[in-house]
Design a protein around this ligand. Structure first.
Ligand code: NAD
Length: 499
């Protein structure tokens, strides 16, 4: 009998006997390891009932006590780091060490969100007019939804849940159906940390469940991370139903390598950021942009040497640089792109197709792939591949490299490798991309700054984590008060001003 991964609703695990189910694979072996229920619209509405019932009590709990739940949660997750990371790796395919990073980057946002008592403070102006004081307060929205992708099954649910919970909301999390176990375990640990039942719920599902969340009046905000077409759909549907939404999408992150860069450092950075987690990161570097032919030739030669030495294997094996992709379809999609690159005339320097790992012949593996002489009209340059494929797109000069990153339809992350401070400053100021690295290949901002891409990498006007997250998960109420001593003039029919 295949194991069924339960929902987590109203503080309990819930395993439906009937309805629709999807397979959850072990990407390292290619075998089905469990099945996950796909909630119906009615089931989702029942989850929202639970969340709504729990929310008012949680909102009335003072912020310091809410923060203490987050602090206890941090300890519980640290205690369980190893088994959680193994569980994550076994469904996602990333290595156990990388899975620990996935969890840790989530915990860092929980640490930040534990500052809620400070972050939720309003503003106050005394004597704004004769006898008039004005103050504002931040209040929770109510029940909010989080819809998250497969590639960071711990980090992104925690980026959503941490600030939303700390601000006094209840959360309905709809994680990716491809690796759903870790979010359920995290919700159990929140309960153990003292979060009241029903305040954080995990419901599995696909479009039917998502649509039920998007169209239900009781859901006040939607936080989404995933591919761009779905981000766009969620953003417009949520807005059409009167909800605030922040929706983060796909990416095509460039790394500019200037002629003065330390080439060995740049190659290290490209190898880690291009192939780590099999390229299944929204902040992966997928385009290397060497400036000038000499830099390009040297970079390509060094990359080829390093690519040949990459170690690919089971996600649970030690001494592996990256593991399998998440599904067989993902492997086929990436192989399709590789063929398209060849057909469009790019130079294939390393071909990862047909790669197998001895003892795991059915696993979803793909060897590291490297293209050179890629041009901006090719699909492998324009589109997100989301696999272990790095392309070299050569630029004649700095201005061309800057334009390439700025004009690409995605604007998530970008990096420049250089020893020239002026070039780095100019680049950071002018590039049309949301997150910039200077000699840092994956510039994911730390928890107390905000994370968000530009252009078609992000829809909505507030970023994830940092102070923006508390703005997103609260509504501001502003109170203007006047005391009797200030009320002397009788009725006024003219709008009050400060003239
Ligand atoms: P995805 O868009 O397929 O799925 C994301 C979520 O949307 C999942 O929960 C899924 O169940 C749901 N979903 C899928 N199809 C849907 C539909 N038709 N209607 C409603 N909901 C639907 O993304 P994925 O493959 O899980 O994740 C990879 C993508 O996420 C990549 O494009 C990657 O760049 C992006 N990503 C972006 C960021 C960022 O911060 N910008 C971070 C991580 C991942």
């Amino acid at each position: 009998m295949t194991r069924t991964i339960p929902h987590f609703v109203g503080g309990s695990l819930l395993t439906p006997d009937e309805g629709r189910f999807a397979d959850v694979f072990d990407p390292s072996s290619g075998a089905v390891q469990a099945r996950v229920p796909l909630a119906s619209a009615d089931e989702v509405r029942a989850v929202i009932d639970d969340a709504e019932a729990a929310q008012s009590g949680w909102a009335a709990t003072n912020p310091q006590k809410r923060a203490r739940v987050l602090l206890r949660f941090l300890d519980l997750v640290q205690r369980e780091m190893q088994p959680l990371a193994e569980l994550l790796a076994s469904e996602h395919g990333k290595t156990v060490d990388d899975a620990k990073g996935d969890i840790q980057r989530g915990l860092e946002v929980i640490e930040f969100a534990a500052g809620a008592p400070h972050l939720l403070k309003g503003e106050y102006s005394t004597g704004a007019g004769a006898g008039i004081d004005v103050y504002s307060m931040r209040q929770p929205l109510g029940v909010v939804a989080a819809i998250t992708p497969f590639n960071f099954p711990a980090m992104i649910p925690l980026w959503k849940a941490g600030p939303a919970l700390a601000a006094g909301n209840a959360v309905v999390l709809k994680p990716s159906e491809r690796d759903p176990s870790v979010p359920v375990r995290l919700a159990e640990l929140f309960l153990e940390a003292g979060l009241p039942a029903g305040v954080l719920n995990v419901v599995h599902g696909d479009k039917e469940a998502v649509d039920a969340l998007l169209t239900d009046d009781r859901i006040k905000a939607v936080g989404f991370v995933g591919s761009t077409p779905i981000a766009e759909y969620i953003y417009s549907t949520a807005a059409a139903h009167g909800k605030r939404a922040q929706c983060f999408g796909g990416a095509k992150n460039h790394m500019i390598v200037m002629p003065d860069a330390d080439l060995d450092q740049a190659v290290d950075a490209l190898i880690g950021a291009g192939y780590g987690s099999a390229g299944e990161r929204c902040m992966a570097i997928s385009v290397a942009v060497p400036v000038g032919e000499e830099t390009a030739d040297a970079l390509a030669a060094k990359l080829m040497e390093r690519v040949a030495k990459l170690r690919v294997g089971s996600s649970l094996a030690a001494d592996v640089d990256y593991g399998p992709l998440v599904t067989r379809e993902a492997v086929e999609r990436v192989e399709g792109y590789i063929q398209q690159g060849v057909d469009e005339g790019a130079t294939l320097l390393a071909d990862g197709r047909g790669f197998t790992v001895p003892g795991h012949e059915e696993g979803f593996y793909l060897g590291p792939t490297l293209f050179d002489h890629v041009t901006s009209d090719m699909a492998i340059y324009r589109e997100e591949i989301f696999g272990p494929v790095l392309v070299i797109a050569r630029a004649d000069d700095y201005e061309q490299a800057l334009r390439m990153a700025s004009e690409h339809e995605y604007g998530n992350g970008v990096a420049i490798f250089t020893r020239d401070g002026d070039a780095a400053r100019d680049f950071a100021a002018r590039v049309e991309v949301g997150m910039v690295g200077v000699n840092v290949p994956i510039p994911v901002p730390i928890a107390y700054f905000t994370f968000g891409g530009w252009k078609r990498s992000g829809f909505g006007d507030l970023n994830q984590h940092g102070a923006d997250a508390f703005r997103f998960y609260t509504k501001t109420k502003t109170v203007t008060s006047r005391w009797p001593s200030g009320i002397k003039d009788g009725a006024s029919f003219v709008i009050p001003t400060m003239h």
